[in-house]
Design a protein around this ligand. Structure first.
Ligand code: ADP
Ligand code: MG
Length: 708
């Protein structure tokens, strides 16, 4: 078997390029066509959705109001992110109604699905119905979309446009799943924003904050399921996220479970208690009791519990005990300790010391725990521990503000976020390592080494796929974009081929901080065919891009040739969802799948005039190029018929391009987005010309040799 891989080149002088830039997105590149970015019409409301693990909150920003309005569902601002299949009604029940069932029949109510977002397995059950985390999010979002204010948006504008927040530590797959769930619920995602970043924005609305010129704030978001901490530097209304750390498996729920474990030891009869597992209805009941105790203990020193018939079947299982506040604190201690560890890490990454952080913004229900506040006060003795905003509402408020920024309602605020995972590709150092890894894997699969490709397929049959995956997992990771890089980020690295006449390279893209492919999250992989003859050591460039939503795009180039390919993956499955070969001669007509769905890059400034005048701002050598390109695109649109392939794509690219240029003219540092859209516009126009030439050629042939 020919293992085809790269070797990382030693750094060369000008070899590496990094760029990243400012506020405007270059696209809500969706997971596939279904969730594609749709430009909002003028006049839509700025909606922010905090799709929480425990509770979800929707707020709407109205210019001139001191704060966003949080919508009420069943008279509550916090909508429990719970899902229940009602057998009698024959449909799903969400929110407060599902919460009622939770206290009666906890085992039938689905909760905490957000922690596994991005997994496509239908692993959650309610009354025999199975749901994936994405399904559960879809039902919650559908419920949120049913609010009269949002229904009215739909009627007026044909849709709901919203910013949705996710934990900073959500990976690519989880972000895609969120966009997908929104699309299924009839919500267009303006942008995916990290929760702590949104909270920082919300705090910027406080009057005294508006008047502080410069400060570094820490956002400490400790919710039910997840923990995130971000350090944000604010200069006037410009927000720069310096670093972000977190854990999607750390939250108030963990404290509840740990406390429930303690309570279980006091359940009578002991015989039953000993046989109780974490997924049993009895234990789930104990978890809800533990949560009640935890919340009640914030206001007093002890909490008495007296419950009979705990398993709900008259089996005489009971719990009679008193929990002391000290006990709760010792149960919570390790979890709070872990939040401190992550906070220290974020401080280290941001190169800041405690005294340089002026305020700590408290976000998330679990920051109500007094031991959390005590811990923060002792680590940040000079900082203000700021809990002025409702910890449960801050994230959705910030999301609404971000929506207002994108919609041009609140144009002065600028937000630069960072990525929270490194991004890299799998490489092999030399043929020797490849051979050794190959031998190891072959041994594991019971194959005698060496075996030809044909032999291998015959011996392994269906298992060949697992074999290849295992082999791929042994590759070493060469990071390209480092975590905490500002978004959007784009960076290239150069690699060379390992063999004489190597025919292709497997580009394996992973997200995470570990050494080998197998230990990280696979974003996806694709085969990049090389132009022949290809000498050993041929240079290739791999460019990775994190867009403003924190999602990933890949470009591969064989240097000194026109051979290029770009790909987009569905990181939930690792499948290639968009792939195409670029380059002058080798334009591949077969636009695989939904790449065209990503054609609509940002035109996030709704309502601005896109017929704009000539562009002539300060990009000296670039102006003629820009104007020529715009003229060329306009000519294409005037010339082509409505059903011409790529016509819509060109129209939307041109639209985005002109808007980005206009923004740049106003001072936005959006070069990277401009380059991005420009490259796509050129390649789309090239491909259209190429097609036109082919058609013309065919026409000529037909004339010369008419068919009988
Ligand atoms: P999420 O962002 O995960 O949806 P929230 O920010 O809504 O979560 O916080 C929910 C968590 O906050 C739950 O674990 C809940 O038990 C906890 N919580 C709520 N109120 C209190 C309180 N007064 N004291 C301690 N924990 C609380
Ligand atoms: Mg939250």
């Amino acid at each position: 078997m020919t293992v085809i891989q790269f070797r990382k080149r030693p750094p060369v002088g000008s070899g590496t390029t990094t760029s990243s830039s400012g506020s405007s997105p270059f696209g809500t590149a969706a997971a596939n066509g279904e969730g594609a970015f749709v430009a909002p019409p003028p006049g839509v409301c700025a909606v922010g959705i905090d799709l929480g693990t425990t509770n979800s909150v929707v707020s709407v920003y109205t210019p001139g109001e001191p704060e966003p309005e949080t919508l009420l569902y069943d008279d509550l601002q916090l909508v429990p992110s719970l899902l229940y299949f009602d057998e009698h009604l024959g449909h799903e029940v969400v929110g407060a109604k599902a919460a009622k069932v939770l206290s009666e029949k906890p085992a039938t109510v689905i909760r905490g699905t957000k922690r596994s977002m991005g997994s496509i397995a239908p692993s959650f059950f309610s009354n025999e119905q199975a749901y994936s985390p994405e399904d559960a999010a879809t039902y919650v979002l559908k419920h949120l979309a049913s609010h009269p204010v949002l229904v009215q948006q739909k009627e007026l504008h044909g849709g709901i446009w919203a910013v949705i927040t996710v934990p900073a530590h959500f990976d690519d797959a989880a972000r895609r799943a969120t966009i997908q769930a929104a699309a299924r619920a009839g919500i267009y995602v303006l942008r995916i924003v990290n929760e702590p970043t949104a909270a920082a924005l919300a705090y910027s609305m406080l009057p005294d904050v508006r008047h502080t010129d410069h400060e570094t704030v820490g956002v400490f978001d400790f919710g039910g399921g997840t923990f995130d901490v971000s350090l944000v530097e604010r200069q006037g209304l410009v927000f720069n996220v310096l670093s972000s750390e977190g854990d999607i498996f750390l939250g108030g729920d963990d404290i509840d479970i740990a406390l429930a474990d303690k309570l279980l030891q006091k359940v009578e009869p002991v015989f039953t208690a000993k046989r109780t597992r974490h997924d049993s209805p009895l234990f789930k009941k104990l978890v809800t009791i533990a949560e009640d105790a935890k919340i009640a203990l914030e206001g007093r020193g002890s909490f008495s519990i007296s419950k009979s018939d705990l398993d709900g079947n008259g089996g005489g299982v009971s719990l009679n005990t008193t929990v002391l506040r000290d006990e709760l604190e010792s149960v919570a201690e390790p979890f709070v300790g872990r939040t401190l560890e992550l906070t220290e890490r974020a401080m280290h990454a941001a190169k800041r010391r405690a005294h340089q952080v002026s305020r700590i913004l408290l976000v998330g229900g679990s920051t109500r725990l007094s031991i959390v506040r005590k811990m923060l006060e002792s680590y940040f003795p000079q900082s203000q521990i700021d809990a002025r905003l409702e910890p449960d509402l801050a994230v959705s408020w910030g999301a609404a503000v971000q929506a207002a920024i994108i919609l041009g309602i609140e144009p002065d605020t600028i937000l630069v976020d960072v990525c929270s995972h490194s991004l890299g590709i799998g490489v092999a150092d030399d043929p020797n390592t490849i051979n050794q890894n190959y031998k190891k894997v072959a041994r594991k699969f019971g194959v005698l080494h060496p075996a030809s490709d044909v032999d291998l397929e015959q011996i392994l049959g269906e298992r060949i796929h697992d074999f290849n995956t295992e082999l791929q997992n042994t590759l070493r990771v060469a990071p390209i974009i480092h975590r905490n890089s500002p978004l959007p980020a784009r960076r290239s690295e150069f690699f060379n081929t390992l063999y004489q006449n190597q025919i292709a390279v497997q580009v394996v893209v992973v997200q995470g901080e570990q050494q080998t492919v197998g230990e990280n999250r696979l974003i996806g992989s694709f085969l990049f065919e090389l132009e022949q003859p290809c000498p050993k050591g041929a240079r290739c460039e791999i460019q990775l891009t994190y867009d403003a939503n924190g999602m990933v795009h890949v470009l591969a180039k064989q240097l000194e040739t026109s051979n290029e390919a770009e790909a987009q993956f569905d990181s939930r499955t690792g499948e290639v969802i968009g792939w195409r070969k670029l380059g002058a001669q080798s334009l591949d007509e077969s636009f695989h799948g939904a790449l065209s769905g990503t054609g609509s890059f940002s035109n996030s400034l709704g309502g601005s005039d896109s017929n704009g005048a000539e562009i002539n701002f300060d990009r000296p050598d670039a102006i003629p190029v820009l104007n020529t390109l715009i003229a060329r695109a306009r000519r294409f649109l005037t010339k082509s018929l409505d059903d011409t392939p790529n016509r819509e794509l060109v129209a939307s690219l041109l639209d985005s391009y002109e808007k980005l240029l206009a923004e740049a003219k106003l001072g936005a540092a959006n070069d990277i987005e401009i380059d991005f859209v420009e490259a796509r516009l050129i390649s789309t126009l090239d491909s259209a010309d190429h097609r036109a030439e082919l058609n013309a050629d065919h026409g000529a042939e037909n004339k010369a040799e008419p068919h009988e």
